[in-house]
Design a protein around this ligand. Structure first.
Ligand code: SIN
Length: 279
């Protein structure tokens, strides 16, 4: 069966059907998937039924899966992390924790954050639990020329535990925290493959713009986040069981919603693939 494409959002996101990733795609099919991802920023591959190892192997066709052993992961494959409605802040207050509840791009506190994230809907709730995305190319393109000129060369310090964070983040072991020094990234980054410019923001991890006083930095970052998350730049993914959603962290932000009915389960398997230092 040939790949079938469907546009999901007006300006971003597409879905493909007609592929079973238990069999690895051949070269031309994989190239079409990569092209669809670059063109749409968020790519949903529908109707999958994958154990952790085949999931990891299919995602490895897009890049090198990162091993984050310290995060919850499947018994079968340490590169497949688990995001679930049962997640708790095990090393902190033990309370329920929603991973990714505020707008962010994955792992920007690292010097070389992951390029892509793949989330596989193993169990999805009957309603709610959508993932929202925002198009950071479009957000950048839409800025007035004088703002672009002001921010084009600015850099921002990102930290795992930023003092600006807008939601709780899981406590991590001291050893892991020590191995995560802050990272400084451009506020406007160039995508290494498409060469397009995108705003690079993370509401939960940005600490301060380098060279600006705190108040001025906060004002600028708040204004840019407010600009980037306007509904006109967003796509909201309503999950179907068996969806794999792949997004490009270099030109999107995303946000999880824990608004599904009490007692219902949401279980996602996640693979992230390695990226380069933003420039
Ligand atoms: C994440 O932010 O990586 C998780 C997104 C989700 O669970 O919808």
């Amino acid at each position: 069966m040939a790949l079938q494409h469907e546009k999901l959002g007006g300006h971003m996101a597409a879905a493909v059907t007609g592929i079973d990733l238990n069999t690895l795609p051949d070269g031309p099919t994989q190239a079409k998937l990569v092209d669809a991802l670059h063109a749409n920023l968020v790519l949903c591959i529908r109707g999958q039924n994958l154990a952790p190892v085949p999931f990891r192997n299919a995602m490895a066709r897009f890049g090198t899966p990162m091993l984050r052993k310290q995060l919850a992961h499947t018994a079968e494959c340490a590169e497949v992390n688990i995001i679930s409605s049962e997640d708790r802040d095990e090393l902190g207050d033990g309370k329920k924790l929603v991973n990714g509840a505020s707008w962010h791009t994955d792992d920007s506190f690292m010097r070389a954050p992951c390029s892509l994230t793949m989330l596989y809907g193993v169990t999805v709730p009957s309603r709610g639990g959508d993932t929202q995305f925002t198009n950071m190319y479009a957000a950048y393109d839409d800025l007035p020329a004088e703002i672009k000129a002001r921010i084009d060369r600015l850099k921002v310090i990102h930290k795992y535990e930023s003092s600006r964070k807008t939601n709780r983040v899981a406590k991590r072991p001291e050893t892991e925290m020590a191995a995560m020094p802050e990272a400084t990234h451009p506020l406007v980054r160039t995508h290494p493959e498409t060469r397009r410019k995108a705003l690079y923001l993370n509401a939960n991890r940005m600490e301060q713009v380098v060279g600006l006083e705190r108040a001025e930095s906060d004002e600028l970052l708040d204004a840019l986040i407010g600009h980037a998350i306007q509904p006109k730049f967003q796509y909201r993914h309503v999950w179907r069981q068996g969806d794999i959603v792949i997004w490009d962290n270099r030109c999107t932000m995303h946000k999880a919603n824990a608004d599904y009915p009490e007692g219902e389960r949401r279980l996602m398997h996640r693979v992230i693939v390695a990226g380069t230092e933003p420039f």
